[in-house]
Write a new protein. Structure first.
Length: 589
């Protein structure tokens, strides 16, 4: 019996160890999987990252990390086939599917599960907001105003008072949607109710400048200039008050400078609206346009209009953007717009547009300044990309690169765009030369003189590889061609929004120098010393001079202490003397 008791004790200890080990694994493994997913995202491997999220959700559904995994997976699925295109660039849709009726069923299912299992987490509450906005959008689309208000009341019961800040986006969206759909009186009542609630209970109803300005804009469009001015002036007073607080804080901490350009632009924009409110008649403007694909109308395309401050802009839409869908003729019209500056953009379905590009270029120049009573138009026309012949499919090139492409009907001339990859990033240059044939040859030396810009990451700061200019041993590049008509307007280009053609090529180049190896390893001090040594041996070494100038020109002192602007200017002057390339004079400034 004694032997049996010992075995039972041993078994009990083993079970305790196994249970403890299991608890440790349960506690730590989801976090490890999230870190692996983060690394895959940094490398651009979204599918692999999604795989890690799915494992966390499958095996650790009630773990805290599962809430984050569900939210990020939902956002990834939502943006898989859609691209937001604006004057400042293009990229993911930024999670605006619920505001435009394009949120996929898979995303909805994930958000519903997230709300069910993790309602108290920030991830679960953001999911509640997204689902509520989707439902409000649907209700107002069906002209069910009361139902939309019931949705908001239900959400307030869940989130107030502890998570009131999550509701601001819902209030702003509802106010914009009411106004854009013609519910002007309802929009005013809704906005005034928000102001009253904010004044009565500041702890629950947070101040939101966007909501107040949107309400004032609605008053302005309805002809109530006095109330509009009152709200605009209140916003200006708040901006001034915040400016003063920041200035006082900075004065208490010597060395800090406050750049208030953005606030001054906001005030200028608001003061312009006040001047308009003092005028008579209809103060609103309108912007109309069309969306086409290969000359055919593109219906049900989400078009957005982003208000921008004077001199400023946004890469994509923000919460203050107005949204419309193009009709069956591809037409859209934003009516009753308050005067001001706007950026016009759209969300493209990549499954529909395929390998196409906007006629005026990848980034439409669709910034529009609306004046009182003004009417404006813009067309988004997707056209076929230019097909290329060479180099393609990861060709290996040496001292010369032979570029060739198909002609484009109506093209007067072409320009080239040369890009390079490094890490998970890329950069490109538009060459200034005009080409009147459909082929040209460039030397490695010509590429060497391009300034490709630097790239940064949160982990590394400056990415060392981005200092190494065109070309370097094993460097990976891509290229494209842009076609212009006789009026210097872009009519097509090679590089669209998906990689329909593989224009990648690899530069064989010379054998890596010792300085190259040091730079690739992130040893900036050693690399600078080595390149300076190369330059002493050959004072006309363009390669060493260019990389040295780039290394010295970077002046982000908090993460890079090796800048020497006077030496950089000296090198750029020498480069200009040797090559006659005026780009070096520009970089010298």
């Amino acid at each position: 019996m004694k032997a049996v008791r010992i075995k039972i004790k041993t078994l009990g200890k083993a079970l305790i160890v196994l249970v403890s080990l299991g608890l440790i694994i349960y506690a730590l493994l989801p976090g490890a999987l999230m870190r692996l997913a983060d690394r895959q995202l940094q490398k651009g491997n979204r599918a692999e990252a999604h795989g890690y999220y799915q494992r966390i959700i499958k095996y650790f559904l009630r773990h805290g990390e599962a809430a984050m995994a569900m939210e990020w997976l939902a956002q990834g699925i939502e943006g898989d086939n859609y691209l937001m295109i604006s004057p400042m660039g293009f990229g993911g849709t930024g999670g605006y599917g619920e505001e435009t009726g394009t949120i996929p069923k898979e995303t909805i299912a994930l958000y519903e599960k997230l709300v069910q299992l993790h309602p108290e987490t920030p991830h679960g509450q953001r999911a509640m907001v997204k689902l509520a906005i989707r439902d409000i959008y649907g209700a107002l689309k069906e002209k069910k105003y009361k139902e939309s208000m019931d949705i908001i009341a239900n959400l307030e019961e869940k989130l107030l008072p502890r998570s009131a800040f999550q509701l601001q986006r819902v209030y702003l969206f509802t106010l914009k949607e009411l106004s854009s759909r013609g519910y002007f009186q309802e929009a005013i009542e809704f906005g005034e109710k928000y102001i009253k609630s904010m004044e009565m209970d500041e702890s629950s109803f947070y101040y939101d400048e966007g909501i107040l300005e949107t309400l004032a804009d609605t008053y302005l469009m309805m002809g109530n200039g006095d109330r509009a001015k009152e709200i605009y002036k209140g916003i200006i007073d708040d901006i001034r008050k915040n400016q003063l607080e920041i200035i006082n804080l900075n004065e208490a901490d010597e060395g800090l400078k406050y750049d208030n350009i953005y606030e001054e632009e906001r005030i200028e924009n608001l003061e312009n609206k006040i001047r308009i409110a003092d005028g008579d008649g209809d103060n609103s403007g309108r912007i109309s346009g069309t969306v086409t694909l290969h000359g055919e109308a593109l219906a049900n395309t989400n078009v957005f209009l982003q208000p921008i401050s004077a001199g400023g802009g946004f890469p994509t839409a923000t919460r203050r953007a107005l949204w419309l869908k193009s009709n069956e003729k591809g037409e859209f019209t934003f009516k009753r717009l308050p005067p001001g500056k706007y950026a016009l953009g759209l969300i493209a379905d990549l499954n529909i547009i395929g390998d196409s590009v906007l006629k005026e270029g990848r980034f439409p120049q669709s910034n529009i300044e609306v004046e009182a009573g003004g009417s404006y138009s813009w067309s988004f026309d997707f056209v076929e990309t230019i097909k290329v012949h060479s180099p393609i499919n990861n060709s290996v090139v040496e001292e010369e690169i032979h570029f060739s492409w198909q002609p484009v009907e109506g093209a007067a001339y072409y320009t080239l765009e040369i890009g390079r990859y490094f890490g998970n990033g890329s950069s490109s240059n538009n060459l200034p030369e005009k080409y009147y044939q459909t082929n040209t040859t460039l030397s490695a030396n010509a590429l060497l003189q391009l300034d490709g810009g630097l790239s940064y990451s949160e982990e590394e700061g400056v990415i060392a590889e981005s200092f190494m200019n065109y070309p370097y041993p094993g460097s990976r590049h891509f290229w494209g061609v842009v076609a212009y008509d006789e009026e210097d307007q872009i009519i097509s280009s090679t590089l669209g929004y998906i990689k329909g053609q593989n224009t990648d090529f690899t530069f064989k180049g010379h054998e890596p120098r010792e300085a190259d190896k040091l730079l690739a390893a992130g040893d900036y001090e050693g690399a600078i010393e080595a390149y300076e040594g190369d330059l002493e041996g050959n004072p006309e070494d363009l390669y060493a001079m260019i990389i040295l100038a780039r290394l010295y020109r970077n002046d982000i002192e908090d993460i890079y202490p090796y800048s020497n602007l006077s030496r950089a200017r000296e090198l750029y002057e020498r480069l200009y003397d040797l090559t006659g390339n005026e780009v070096f004079l520009q970089m010298k400034k």
